[in-house]
Design a protein around this ligand. Structure first.
Ligand code: HEM
Length: 478
């Protein structure tokens, strides 16, 4: 007897939906299985690579319509609200791309979203690799490549948002000018050299254009090629990657339904006016936060003013953040105590929980600086005085990472204790039975879980391990 529905199971959404669902079920595990070492890191890396490719393709499509010129003329285009307003050719061409070129707005938005996705995927890859501790030895070059790609992607996207010459672009240039001017001795020369005279001048968009379309994509492209180099020994099999159409589809969908950088609402750049409520892209927030939190310290050295309030806030956090990321693999052995012990009793036992805690402390620091970039919005919406919000953030930025470190360590050790308890005594079932002595016992069942690396300092080495000279438990390689 054939059981109804066994051979031809009923499909709820018709054959097309069924085929799509079956295809997705096949493709997603296939996409995740590609890199045997760490599938999620590989997935994030490939999404970053494909987003970059989309940025290049859409950027090339924008080239014929964009005018990288700061020459001004009265605007008489389709956007009637700006009729007669003097705007630069760059701004005018971006308005034309948005309103007059067929599909132009879609391409612009996809281009902008691809930049955001590129930076986001790069961050996710770095986080994944960091928390799994796969950044030393042969994995070190890869770690360094992706650490370099993060600021490079940020700068590439930043130089892109300068191009439309709108209020936001001018505002960002103003912040940069302030930070550069605060650099002692060379600051003013640097600004005049970059702007080709006193800022804003008439050259910065043209110069930024070549950096954006040539220098940065070439550097990032070279690093991505190095990151995706085929392995030397294994024969190369080229298979279609489902993540490519998926990334493109998501970006086109975002470009279609989610508005991004509506430059016509912000208006053209006019020195002296700034749009309220205009925010930069998400990844620039942690650079803006310190500038808002830092007290306006100023020194006078040999008759020269030194604006520490801008210099420290503008250069120290990003410098510290990216240097710490690049150098972390060297510090990891010290932080986790994973160094092979010299004697039989190492002074610091291995404790991978320290790495997790260091990572969470870093995320907390980044997140607080990022949130501080919205101090005005927080003050406005929560009806708290701006200076109170700023002071709260100052305290949190200094104390938050240390607290996060300690708390994460405690949680990791508690989880490790719980896991060890389950391995030794089985999993709690919640069923309590009365024993023969009249007391109560909980029934436990064997814990079926794959052995995971312990987050806790393991116990002392057994006599057998010492005698056989095998790897010690505290090395984390036992
Ligand atoms: C060869 C590669 C590229 C070319 C030819 C290119 C070209 C352009 C052009 C002409 C614009 C101005 C048009 C406009 O703003 O509407 C632009 C803007 C922009 N570009 Fe690119 N680009 C390239 C790569 C990239 C990359 C790699 C990123 C980031 C990872 C990026 C991010 C941006 C952003 C965020 C904007 C502002 C878009 C907006 O107006 O909302 N571009 N790009």
């Amino acid at each position: 007897m054939v059981v109804a529905g066994r051979r031809n199971p009923p499909r709820s959404g018709g054959p097309a939906v069924g085929r799509l669902a079956a295809g997705t079920r096949r493709l997603v595990p296939g996409a995740l299985r590609r890199d045997p070492r760490d599938c999620w890191a590989a997935v994030f890396g490939r999404i970053a690579g494909y987003s970059f490719a989309v940025a290049v393709v859409t950027g090339v499509l924008l080239l014929p319509f964009f005018r990288p010129s700061m020459a001004t003329a009265a605007y008489h285009g389709s956007y009637r609200k700006l009729d007669g307003v003097p705007v630069s050719q760059a701004y005018q061409s971006v308005l034309a791309i948005s309103f007059d070129v067929r599909g132009g707005l879609l391409i612009r938005q996809v281009h902008h979203w691809s930049a955001d996705l590129f930076v986001a995927a790069t961050c996710l890859r770095l986080l994944r690799v960091f928390f799994r501790g796969r950044f030393s030895g042969r994995a070190l070059p890869d770690w360094l490549i992706w650490v370099t790609l993060l600021p490079l992607g940020m700068v590439a996207a930043y130089t892109g948002t300068i191009l439309p010459d709108d209020g936001l672009s001018g505002g960002s240039l103003g912040v940069d000018t302030g930070v550069l001017l605060s650099v002692p001795v060379i600051g003013t020369h640097l600004v005049f050299w970059i702007f080709g005279g006193a800022p804003p001048g008439h050259q910065i968009i043209g110069r930024d254009y070549w950096v954006h379309i040539l220098v940065l994509p070439a550097l990032a492209g070279a690093l991505l090629l190095a990151a995706f180099r085929p392995p030397l020994r294994r024969p190369r099999r080229v298979r279609p990657d489902p993540l490519l159409p998926l990334t493109c589809a998501v970006l086109v969908l975002l470009g279609t339904i989610a508005q991004i950088n509506p430059v016509w609402l912000i208006g053209p750049y006019q020195p002296g006016s700034i749009t309220s409520g205009a925010v930069p892209d998400w990844y620039m927030g942690f650079l803006d936060g310190p500038l808002r939190l830092m007290p306006a310290w100023e020194l006078t050295l040999a008759g020269h003013p030194l604006s520490l309030g801008v210099l420290i806030a503008g250069l120290v956090p990003p410098g510290l953040f990216f240097t710490a990321l690049a150098l972390y693999p060297i510090a990891d052995r010290r932080i986790t105590g994973g160094r092979p012990p010299r004697g039989l009793l190492p002074p610091v036992p291995a404790d991978p929980a320290n790495r997790t805690a260091a990572g969470v402390a870093g995320i907390t620091w980044y997140g607080l600086l990022w949130a501080a970039a919205a101090n005005d919005e927080i003050a406005y919406h929560l009806h708290i005085p701006l200076y109170t919000v700023t002071w709260i953030f100052r305290v949190l930025v200094l104390a938050g990472p240390a607290l996060a470190f300690l708390l994460t360590r405690v949680i990791c050790h508690a989880l490790a204790d719980q896991r060890r308890d389950e391995e030794l005594h089985g999993r709690e079932t919640g069923r309590i039975v009365r024993n023969t002595q009249g007391g109560y016992d909980e029934i436990r069942e064997p814990a079926h879980r794959a052995a995971l690396p312990s987050a806790d300092p393991p116990g002392p080495a057994t006599a057998r391990q010492i005698l056989e000279g095998g790897p010690m438990p505290w090395t984390g390689r036992a």
